[in-house]
Every structure is written in C-alpha cells, then in structure tokens.
Design a protein around this ligand. Structure first.
Ligand SMILES: Nc1ncnc2c1ncn2[C@@H]1O[C@H](COP(=O)(O)OP(=O)(O)O)[C@@H](O)[C@H]1O
Ligand SMILES: [Mg+2]
Length: 389
C-alpha cells in the first residue's frame, strides 16, 4: 500500500453535499501507512457532526475495499461556537446565553411563545432552561404540564423541574395554587436575582426567560444581573398591541440588548373545517415596526385552537405535533434566534456594564447609567423602564 493508492481510494469520498471529493478539496493530509494500517487527517470547514461522521464512514469503506485493515480517520472540524463570549456581570455563569422574551402587554402569547421556542431549541440539540419570570401571572407550569409538581429543595437552593427535556422554574411552582403576592420594586429585583442565583440550573446553552409584560423593574434587574444575549418581542397585529411592542423594542435598545426579532402572534386564523383564512386582528402589520427597529418578523403564528388547548393541557404543540404548520414556524423562529445568538457571540458577545446601577442595591434604579440625565416629571416615566415612576 502506498500513499498514491490511499489518495486514489480517498478521492472516491465526496464531501457531503458537494460533487467534489475530499482529496480534490485539499482536506486530506498526514497520511501514515504502517503495513496494512492507514491513518490520516481530514481538515473540514463544517462543524456539523453528521458531516464528520459521513466522511469517516465513507473513507473507512473505500480503504477497506483496497485491503486496509485498521483505518484511523481524524476529522478536524472547527468548534461549534457554543460558548458565550459575553462580558459584564453574570450571576448565573453556568448559563451561556440568555433569551429575554418580552411584550408590551399581557395576553399576546408571550408564555406560549416562550414554551414553544424553548421546546424547538431543545429539539435542535441545545441544553435549554425556561425561566418563568412573570411573577404576576406565572402560567408556565400549566403550559409545561407540571402545575402539580413541586421542586426539590437543596439547602437554600432549588432544583429546576424537568419537563419535555427542559429545565423549568416558575414562581407558580414555589407558591400554592391561586395564591398571589403584592410585588414591590425591591421584591421584584430580589425574586429575579434568586431565580438566577439560587436555582441550580445546569450548564445551559440557553435560558429562555418569559418576562412579565411591559418595561419595568424585572426587565432592568434581569439586564443588570446577566448579560442578556438577545431579546425577542411578541406582539399581536392590532395597532394598540404594536404601540406597546414599540416600547418593548425601545427597552431592548436602552438596555443594549440585541434584538433577535419579532413574533407576530394571533396573525390570521385558518378555519380548521374550510381552510379559509380570516384576518381577525390583521396580519403582517408588524413589518413597519420591524423596519423601524432594524429587525425582522421571525414568525407569523396563526390563531389555532390547538395552540390554546396545548397550553391549557400542558401539551405544547411543538412537542406533541412537531410536523404541524404552526410548529414548523416555531422551529424556524428558534433556528433564526440561535443564528442571531451565534452571530452575536462570534462578534464578541454582549456586555451589560453600561446598565449597571451606580448606586447601592435596592436604591432607585433611576440613577443608573441607563437613565437619561434630565429630570423626569413626577408620575411620568423617565423612559428607561426603571419602574420608579
Ligand atoms: N396563536 C394562538 N392561537 C390560539 N390561542 C393562543 C395563541 N397564542 C396564545 N394563545 C392563547 O392565548 C392565551 C394567552 O396567551 P399567553 O401565552 O398566556 O399570553 P401572555 O403570556 O402574553 O400573557 C392563552 O390561553 C394561550 O393558550
Ligand atoms: Mg404569560
């Protein structure tokens, strides 16, 4: 066996998805022949594990066909950029990326979106956590089918609950059903910090965070506690919802959070019996807002009874019926969000230094760097979403 013979056998191995072979591409080097044993390196440009596997399998087959006994194919692929490259304060450093799901108002489908995006990301092989930070209306336990599950407590730390392959935590899992708490600013800040610091999240690729509606203490505290990698805004197509969503997008800007896109929910209704599409709240009306904020609509999710029943029964549509049109849209949106996360990390990540409070914890958030310098009139928002007015 000679190097020429080995090269000629390897030139039958096509690079997956191409008509050219790995030798012609110049990917093969370090060929070492020891009797009938062959080892070599293939240096490829794709980080997809299937590509490496396919090359290794095909190379083995071709070399065995010419009488090689032991074949060692070392595929060198670039590392998947899964590490976060973000900086600043991070009180949950084992979490690599944070996705903040926001909306201007309640009832637009923020929790539904958070659940289905989290499931779609997990289906794509990511390690995912889902934090229900909507302390006023914690609906995630019901939507994930864990409303009667109590989390395990370990000293003063709490283990997240596992459901559909995702780690989940919610105020709803920590309180008695139907109980309510009257939240004051300082309590909200403390709750958000504890959700990040005292919940034993594993090493996660991404933590999806379902925020309370609006722009207030919870949003500011989250942005100050961890470097939020991307923000996602959920809106419905009506004008009044769009007005509120603009505020949510503006908040991302003020908090230096890159925007992954907009999900237009309840966008049209396709009658299940006739297939006729009705524009109940309108459709596609978010586009001018997306343009204004230099972002895109990453999914239009129709009104669909199975989304609602999936939520009520704790059987998310993306998990129980992943091939439905709606699930496909959630899956595509999750892919788009992940592409944004990878791009942000490849460009150096995010930094929350600019939004840190300049005063001691618990003191008015209005004195942070994020707040504009001018005095805000009494009882009127200063525009930072600080929640103090
Ligand atoms: N696209 C949709 N089609 C049908 N029902 C939906 C859709 N999106 C949300 N819902 C339902 O509307 C209600 C409000 O959604 P939810 O996700 O709880 O909103 P938010 O978290 O913004 O308050 C829930 O009952 C949910 O199941
Ligand atoms: Mg909700």
């Amino acid at each position: 066996m000679t190097e020429e013979i080995v090269k000629s056998a390897l030139s039958k191995v096509l690079y997956p998805g191409f008509t050219k072979d790995i030798v012609t591409f110049g990917f093969v080097n370090n060929i070492v022949i020891d009797g009938n044993d062959v080892s070599f390196t293939v240096e490829i440009t794709s980080s997809a594990p299937e590509v490496a596997q396919q090359i290794s399998d095909d190379a083995n087959k071709e070399l065995k066909a010419i009488g090689a006994l032991n074949v060692t194919c070392n595929v060198k692929a670039p590392q998947m950029p899964r590490e976060s490259s973000s900086h600043g304060k991070n009180i949950a450093p084992q979490v690599k990326n944070f996705l903040m799901v926001s909306s201007g108002k309640g009832g637009v489908g923020k929790s539904t979106t958070s659940v289905n995006i989290a499931i779609a990301l997990a289906a794509q092989g990511k390690k995912v956590g889902l934090l229900d930070a909507d302390i006023y209306g914690p609906n995630i336990p019901r939507m994930m089918g864990i409303d009667d599950v109590k989390p395990e407590v370990n000293g003063n730390k709490v283990l997240p609950i596992k459901a559909y392959g995702i780690e989940v935590m919610s105020m709803g899992s920590l309180m008695e059903p139907g109980q309510s708490l009257i939240w004051r600013g300082a309590m909200i800040m403390k709750a958000i910090e504890q959700f990040l610091r005292d919940i034993l999240w594993s090493e996660l690729d991404v933590l999806v965070i379902d925020m309370p509606p609006g722009t207030g203490d919870a949003q500011l505290t989250l942005a100050q506690s961890v470097p939020v990698t991307v923000g996602l805004t959920v809106t419905t197509p009506q004008g009044v919802s769009l007005d509120d969503s603009r505020r949510s997008l503006d908040m991302f800007r003020k908090l230096n959070i890159p925007i992954a896109g907009i999900i237009e929910n309840m966008s049209g209704f396709i009658a299940p019996d006739t297939g006729v599409e009705y524009d109940i709240f309108g459709k596609g009306t978010s586009q001018p807002m997306a343009d204004e904020f230099d972002t895109k609509i990453i999914a239009e999710i129709p009104i669909e009874p199975s989304i609602r029943t999936g939520g009520d029964e704790g059987k998310p549509i993306t998990f129980v019926n992943p091939s439905s049109e709606t699930s496909k849209r959630y899956i595509a949106a999750a892919e788009s969000i992940w592409a944004s996360i990878e791009e942000i990390n490849a460009n150096g990540g995010v930094d929350n230094k600019g939004v840190q409070p300049t005063t001691a914890p618990g003191v008015s958030a209005c004195s942070t760097a994020a707040a504009p310098k001018q005095e805000a009139p009494k009882d009127e928002s200063c525009g930072t979403g600080c929640g103090c007015h």
